[in-house]
Design a binder for this molecule. Structure first.
Ligand SMILES: *[C@@H]1O[C@H](CO)[C@@H](O)[C@H](O)[C@H]1NC(C)=O
Ligand SMILES: *[C@@H]1O[C@H](CO)[C@@H](O)[C@H](O)[C@H]1NC(C)=O
Ligand SMILES: *[C@@H]1O[C@H](CO)[C@@H](O)[C@H](O)[C@H]1NC(C)=O
Ligand SMILES: *[C@@H]1O[C@H](CO)[C@@H](O)[C@H](O)[C@H]1NC(C)=O
Ligand SMILES: *[C@@H]1O[C@H](CO)[C@@H](O)[C@H](O)[C@H]1NC(C)=O
Ligand SMILES: *[C@@H]1O[C@H](CO)[C@@H](O)[C@H](O)[C@H]1NC(C)=O
Ligand SMILES: *[C@@H]1O[C@H](CO)[C@@H](O)[C@H](O)[C@H]1NC(C)=O
Ligand SMILES: *[C@@H]1O[C@H](CO)[C@@H](O)[C@H](O)[C@H]1NC(C)=O
Ligand SMILES: *[C@@H]1O[C@H](CO)[C@@H](O)[C@H](O)[C@H]1NC(C)=O
Ligand SMILES: *[C@@H]1O[C@H](CO)[C@@H](O)[C@H](O)[C@H]1NC(C)=O
Ligand SMILES: *[C@@H]1O[C@H](CO)[C@@H](O)[C@H](O)[C@H]1NC(C)=O
Length: 406
């Protein structure tokens, strides 16, 4: 939805009057926002509660993506490649055969799951949303009219009702978000906070940042990184994710590692979270390139929030909890190994041999514990049920974290 501040900005996204109007409207919209602060334009979660509930979700942004036609992808593209044309990576990616096949179901599933998340979060009083990336399929969005239209359709209008109206989203980049390179990254990290004050990408306009959720007698420090910068596979020139942005940030990985290390070291928070897109431990592909980040999390008794695999899971590996929440769009059973645990690290998988479930995770944070609840959607539709859950307004799985950060 367009809040007061962002609607005043209209389309003059970068006009300085828009910046000013967006900075200080705390308390002016309605009683619902009275408690909610703003930092540099973006809404932030309310401070000082004994317990605060947040929704954690990822891999959702399908709506409005229009794949390239089969004639281009199957007939024209191979000829162009054969004749030595350089094909833009986003054009190649928009011919991805799997994603082309999923798009119509994926769009419906994103909308149905958005409504489900809104329903659960109204019940549970979620104060903020935490994203683990893949905000816009298939090739991200950038500062073009097309990008603006997709943002409006797939995010602003999609997450606009009820509890979504005033809750900040702490954002994160996924692989689909970096296909367009620096321009796409800048659009999400620097431009969109002006467009909608619920879109929070920190205060510096960078793809890595930190924020605290602060309760009456507890604090949780979150560090967000762009895990796309860590994967050596994305450096191959055959990868659709290889571009000058991923090349430069891969060279510069130590910036993000040091940022995590220093932020965790200088925080005395009760709980410490690493929020990123890719999985270090997985039922489909372990991204071991993330090890330098994970060892810092381990050293601080931290918790990892990730997506990328299109399903919900709880992993505990080497004494660290990994919360996989990649199921707010198009769920895929194979990403959770069709529901079969690959080892004792896999404590919960919301998948079966036919399908994986849509859903998300809530975290109730307080000084004593973080209560983690997995909400798995009963995926009923006109002609059947893609994933049956007896009563989906209750969590299908919960666990509690009591081991505090160091
Ligand atoms: C924001 O607005 C409030 C109320 O109008 C005012 O007291 C405060 O000084 C303003 N803050 C800034 C940074 O302008
Ligand atoms: C929702 O949570 C916030 C933050 O803890 C709190 O300030 C607010 O009173 C709660 N609202 C309801 C209806 O419980
Ligand atoms: C799309 O959903 C229908 C059920 O509505 C299902 O039968 C079909 O297999 C799905 N297709 C894909 C590609 O997921
Ligand atoms: C607001 O943004 C500016 C420039 O990006 C930064 O220097 C400043 O520290 C930010 N303010 C806060 C309160 O984070
Ligand atoms: C962290 O340290 C600050 C100041 O050193 C203190 O005010 C705060 O209570 C501490 N927070 C926690 C959760 O220990
Ligand atoms: C990728 O790199 C290899 C060797 O470095 C080169 O032979 C090949 O032409 C490159 N391919 C593209 C699409 O740039
Ligand atoms: C590495 O990061 C620093 C700090 O953000 C930046 O100033 C520098 O330009 C980056 N270098 C590359 C090659 O991206
Ligand atoms: C983290 O910082 C500490 C110093 O505070 C240093 O000893 C350690 O090597 C750093 N770890 C990493 C992985 O950079
Ligand atoms: C990921 O690593 C764990 C622990 O080594 C292993 O059990 C699991 O099979 C790996 N996952 C995949 C998909 O290979
Ligand atoms: C497991 O954790 C220990 C200590 O926290 C660390 O030294 C070790 O490298 C970790 N092993 C793996 C495979 O992550
Ligand atoms: C999952 O099940 C499907 C059939 O439903 C099968 O084709 C696929 O190979 C299975 N994948 C894994 C990882 O077991």
């Amino acid at each position: 939805m367009l809040t007061l501040a962002s609607s005043l900005c209209g389309l003059s996204l970068l006009a300085s009057t828009c910046v000013g109007q967006n900075v200080n409207t705390t308390g002016s919209s309605s009683a619902t926002t009275a408690n909610v602060g703003k930092v540099n334009g973006s809404l932030v979660a309310p401070k000082g509660a004994d317990g605060l509930t947040v929704g954690v979700l990822g891999d959702y942004g399908w709506t409005g993506w229009i794949p390239s036609p089969d004639h281009f992808c199957l007939e024209v593209l191979p000829m162009l490649e054969q004749d030595g044309f350089t094909i833009p990576k986003e054009v190649l990616n928009d011919c991805d055969p799997g994603d082309k096949m999923y798009i119509s179901n994926a769009t419906a599933l994103q909308a149905d799951t958005a409504q489900y998340i809104g329903q659960i979060c109204a019940m549970k009083n979620c104060s903020a949303f935490i994203s683990v990336g893949d905000n816009f399929y298939d090739s991200g969005i950038d500062f073009t009219t097309g990008g603006i239209l997709r943002f409006q359709e797939a995010w602003v209008d999609m997450y606009s009702q009820g509890v979504f109206e005033y809750a900040p989203w702490y954002q994160c980049l996924g692989n689909h978000d970096v296909v367009k390179g620096q321009n796409g990254v800048d659009f999400q990290t620097k431009v969109l906070p002006y467009y909608d004050d619920r879109w929070n990408f920190g205060t510096q306009g960078l793809p890595y940042y930190t924020y605290d959720l602060t309760g009456s007698d507890w604090t949780a420090t979150f560090v967000v990184v762009d895990s796309d910068c860590f994967l050596s596979s994305y450096q191959k020139n055959t990868s659709v994710y290889q571009n000058s942005y991923t090349e430069a940030c891969y060279q510069n990985k130590s910036i993000q590692v040091d940022f995590l290390n220093q932020t965790f070291a200088s925080s005395n928070a009760t709980w410490k979270f690493l929020q990123l897109h890719h999985p270090y431990i997985s039922s489909s592909t372990n991204q071991t390139d993330l090890a330098p980040l994970i060892s810092i999390v381990e050293a601080h008794n931290g918790i990892v929030l990730n997506g990328h695999d299109h399903c919900l899971a709880h992993y505990n590996y080497n004494n660290t909890d990994f919360i996989l929440t990649g199921a707010a769009g198009y769920p895929q059973a194979g990403d959770c190994n069709n529901g079969t645990a690959l080892g004792p690290f896999a404590l919960f998988l919301a998948a079966n041999p036919l399908t994986a479930a849509n859903g998300f995770v809530t975290m109730d944070i307080s000084s004593q514990f973080v209560n983690v609840e997995y909400y798995v959607r009963d995926m009923q539709f006109d002609n059947g049920d893609l994933y049956s859950v007896h009563y989906d307004l209750a969590p299908s799985y919960t666990f509690q974290i009591t081991k505090k950060a160091t």
